[in-house]
Ligand binder design. Structure first.
Ligand code: ATP
Ligand code: MG
Length: 497
């Protein structure tokens, strides 16, 4: 065991205090796993994990608020005062040994151990199998039995022990290898990679929920394109989303430099480069999924066609996402935007009324994302960026279509109130009174109070039909002027005409 005393600032006081508390009670406590790896990489960990020779009951006795979590004996120490999400629950898990994995998913039984070496040996990759022991402000001890620190320096992902054994024990580790390699930008070591290639079929035994979680992390990494390529090259993808591989070698017309597969991966990568969310990444990945099925040729125009691919594609996308057990919310949004992804491509068709109809189709809340999908799609074809003027024009049109029109509905009084309060009979006078009031409110918004409007309505009601009509018409004209002004402002803001 190395006995370096490394000073550190990166490990939060709260975590160090937990370690100290466990040690004062006479037990060992080490930080281990992802947080140690991230610490050496200078990255902020997602969570802090501690491993100890104390039993779960011992740990529970040492802290005020704990939750005993699972069959592995993990106890979560709850911190209710911290603002930092990584400190809200710090997990302490007993050292443990793992027996055989006859189902390739779960160890047959979990045995607690007294030796940290056992615990490090059961971990998946060398970079995840480093333990550090803290003493106050300093790192007192680093246990790195498998050369994890060296592999972190060399950016190499390598199993603890023989890869064939480790992937047979738990086949999800194959996806974890790819996920970690694209998250961290590490290379998968040769023997580890060859082993995944050899045993990729074992992934079939893993539950869809676990596969989905790793798949999601691959998509959310900075290099999802590389991640999907690795899934394909290792043979894993055909057990997860075989529908994607059908696009390999499916060529397209002149506008596209790439086959369907490459285009989808580039679209996905664009979404990642823009830091967009899982929904957009899934839409980018699946938007042309049905192109292979719908490919045709028009003898008239001599071009390759994919008629209806967005309709067939949205159905196929639904099947894939349901099979992968994605949430209802994600499925509905992704399917909807795959269905309508062609909208912003057909530049001739885009008019203000078309944008309005599209907002009805995808919902106000999704229209900007539809634009984002369009950006992924376009950059994914390898063509240069959209003409900036045209992009600004689309933005202006969406804003124009999406905003609430100005109307007498904004008044703090309505036709029904008028009829009840000042006994105006149904007829054109009501509309004229409302528009006359609206005229005043457009000039002076502070007049829009029930009190004032009631009082003023009574006065207006004294006027003759003709006089009232003139005031009403003036209100309608003012409304149109203000509308026009708003539209001008939007266009000016986006520098379009
Ligand atoms: P993340 O940053 O995503 O949290 P992580 O490495 O911390 O990455 P976790 O799933 O939180 O991943 O797992 C914590 C630790 O538990 C890992 O670092 C690894 O040591 C061990 N581990 C997790 N899953 C496995 C597995 N399937 N087989 C063996 N060890 C595993
Ligand atoms: Mg973790």
């Amino acid at each position: 065991m190395a006995s370096n005393v490394v000073k550190h600032k990166a490990i939060p006081l709260e975590v160090r205090e937990i370690v100290t508390t466990i040690e004062k009670a006479g037990f060992q406590a080490y930080l281990v796993g992802g947080c140690v790896r991230d610490f050496f990489l200078g990255r902020i960990p997602k969570d802090w994990d501690i491993t100890s020779n104390a039993k779960p009951e011992d740990i529970q006795g040492l802290f005020i608020k704990t939750v005993y979590e699972n069959v592995y004996g993990t106890v979560a120490i709850i911190n209710e005062v911290t603002e930092d999400p990584t400190l809200k629950n710090v997990e302490v898990t007993p050292y443990r040994l793992e027996s055989a994995y006859s189902d390739r998913r779960h160890p047959d039984k979990v045995t607690f151990s007294n030796d940290i070496k056992d615990d490090l040996q059961r971990r998946d990759f060398t970079i995840n199998a480093i333990a550090i022991n803290l003493s106050g402000e300093a790192i007192k001890d680093i246990i790195d039995l498998y050369g994890g620190i060296g592999d972190i320096k060399d950016k190499i992902l390598k199993t603890v022990g023989k890869p064939d054994d480790r992937f047979t024990e738990d086949a999800l580790r194959m996806m974890r290898a790819i996920r970690l390699s694209v998250e961290l930008g590490f290379t998968i070591e040769k023997e580890t990679l060859a082993s995944i290639q050899k045993q990729s079929g074992l992934i079939k035994d893993i539950s869809m929920e676990r596969i989905r979680d790793e798949f999601t992390k691959i998509l959310m990494s900075p290099q999802p394109k590389r991640g999907i390529e690795l899934l394909h090259e290792t043979g894993l993808l055909k057990h997860i989303v075989p529908e994607l591989e059908v696009g390999i070698g499916v060529t397209q017309n002149q506008a596209h430099a790439f086959d369907v597969w490459e285009h989808l991966l580039r679209s996905l990568q664009t979404a990642a480069d823009k830091n967009w969310g899982l929904d957009i990444r899934l839409i980018a990945l699946f938007h042309d999924i049905a192109k292979p099925k719908t490919k045709g040729f028009s003898h008239e125009t001599k071009v390759i066609t994919f008629y209806g691919h967005e309709v067939v594609g949205s159905r196929e996308t639904r099947k894939i996402l349901e099979r992968m057990k994605f949430s209802r919310i994600i499925i509905e949004k992704v399917v909807k935007l795959v269905r309508w992804h062609m909208f912003f491509s057909d530049t001739e068709q885009i008019s203000l009324s078309a944008v309005r109809r599209m907002i009805v189709n995808v919902g106000k809340e999704n229209i900007w994302d539809l634009m984002n999908v369009r950006i992924c799609d376009r950059i994914g074809t390898g063509r240069p960026k959209e003409d900036p003027y045209r992009l600004r024009k689309y933005h202006a049109m969406i804003e124009e279509a999406i905003r609430d029109p100005i109307s007498v509905g904004m008044l703090k009084i309505d036709g029904k109130d008028l009829m009840e309060m000042i006994h105006v009979k149904p007829g054109p006078r009501i509309g004229n009174i409302l528009h006359a009031l609206f005229n005043e409110v457009l000039d002076k918004p502070e007049l829009n109070t029930t009190d004032y409007l009631q009082k003023r309505a009574i006065e207006l009601n004294e006027l003759g039909d003709n006089e009232l009509q003139i005031l009403g018409e003036a209100g309608k004209e003012k409304k149109e002027d203000v509308e026009e002004e708003k539209v001008k402002e939007i266009r000016k803001k986006h520098k379009v005409v």
